[in-house]
Design a protein around this ligand. Structure first.
Ligand code: GH3
Ligand code: MG
Ligand code: MG
Ligand code: MG
Length: 314
């Protein structure tokens, strides 16, 4: 039995895998109607240091996807009542598993049938009897690619911060955590002031450098447990778990002030840049969600702009 893992947690683990020293074992889901086959594969995968979850009933696939959240799926081709290709189609219909590697496993040695199976959502075809080394190597290759792709998918390429979509996913997750733990949570939205003028005066590459400079500044100043995202062009979003609104206000005001003092170089010249910021905090209600938190932060940001910019509005 495996505890439920949400995809966000999985991504956090993958992040650790990509950027830290810990190597998380690959999470491999095996569906084979033969219990003996499934057990054998479970043993092979465990020996290779992977986390295996086996099911023998195709009807359990949806549940297993949700509960186990696999990074790689191994499907038997022929099972009573359905085929591996039909299961692959069900898996591919789920957004979250749209690009998870699927490896077919079968005694089928007709190459045209193998190719047909692979055209229907599979990535590899291994024939039984399985060579354990071949299986493990295939999983390693597919898994490594899938992980680096996922790590790229959640980042913004200019700043290396989380992108818009992932920032919102993280916000959803942190709200769920806050609801369980009853800890406070703040969400801040910031927008660089008169950024168009920076581009117009100094050029786009200098503008890009300002964006990176603010990203770096935020990374240095915030805790590991905070999440920083590039929400849009010159807009950033910050998720502050375990933080009361008054503390978030003090922190962001300090960051605002120090960032505004930074000298930004531009071909022999120097200039300064400010940002405006709006903060919203989770109101403790089970009804509060990411969308309403964003709306409140956005309204506060709008107010900060109206108040003359270079300010933080709670
Ligand atoms: P305000 O104080 O009201 O926010 O004014 P602003 O000029 O910052 O806002 P506006 O929305 O008018 O302009 C935002 C500018 O940000 C326009 C756009 O060209 C620029 N921008 C967006 N993304 C990027 C980027 O990736 N690089 C650079 N250099 N500029 C960008
Ligand atoms: Mg079978
Ligand atoms: Mg803007
Ligand atoms: Mg702006």
């Amino acid at each position: 039995f495996y505890p439920a893992v949400d995809p966000g947690q999985l991504i956090e683990k993958i992040e650790t895998y990509t950027h830290g020293n810990t190597v998380e074992p690959y999470r491999v889901l095996v569906l084979d109607d033969s219990r003996a086959q499934a057990k054998f594969m479970e043993m092979v995968l465990r020996k290779a240091g992977m986390t295996a979850h086996i099911i023998t009933d195709p009807m359990q696939i949806i549940h297993a996807l949700e509960q186990f959240c696999p990074e790689i799926i191994i499907l038997d081709m022929y099972m009573p009542g359905c085929t591996g290709m039909e299961i692959a189609r069900v898996i591919r219909q789920q957004d979250r598993f749209h690009s998870v590697p699927i490896i077919y496993l079968s005694a089928e040695d007709d190459v045209s049938k193998q190719l047909h199976a692979m055209s229907l959502g599979g990535d590899d075809f291994l024939t039984k009897p399985i060579d354990p080394k071949h299986l493990v190597a295939t999983i390693h290759n597919r898994g490594r690619r899938a992980r680096s792709l996922l790590a790229l998918m959640i980042r913004d390429s200019l700043t290396g911060l989380y992108n818009h979509t992932h920032t919102l996913n993280l916000l959803e997750q942190e709200i769920s955590k806050a609801k369980q733990t009853r800890h406070p949570l703040c969400f801040a939205m910031m927008d660089i002031d008169y950024f168009k003028k920076v581009n117009d005066t100094f050029g786009h590459p200098i503008g890009d450098r300002v964006l990176r400079s603010l990203s770096m500044f935020l990374k240095q100043r915030l805790r590991k447990t905070d999440h920083i995202g590039r929400y849009g062009g010159e807009e950033f979003a910050i998720i502050l778990p375990d933080t009361h609104e008054s503390d978030a206000l003090a922190l962001l005001n300090e960051i605002r002030e120090r960032f505004s003092e930074l000298q930004q170089p531009a071909g022999g010249h120097e200039f300064r840049v400010t940002f405006s910021c709006g903060i919203a905090s989770w109101n403790g209600s089970p009804m509060d969600n990411a969308q309403s938190l964003c709306e409140r932060a956005d309204r506060a940001l709008y107010q900060a702009k109206a108040d003359g910019r270079n300010t933080v509005v709670p």
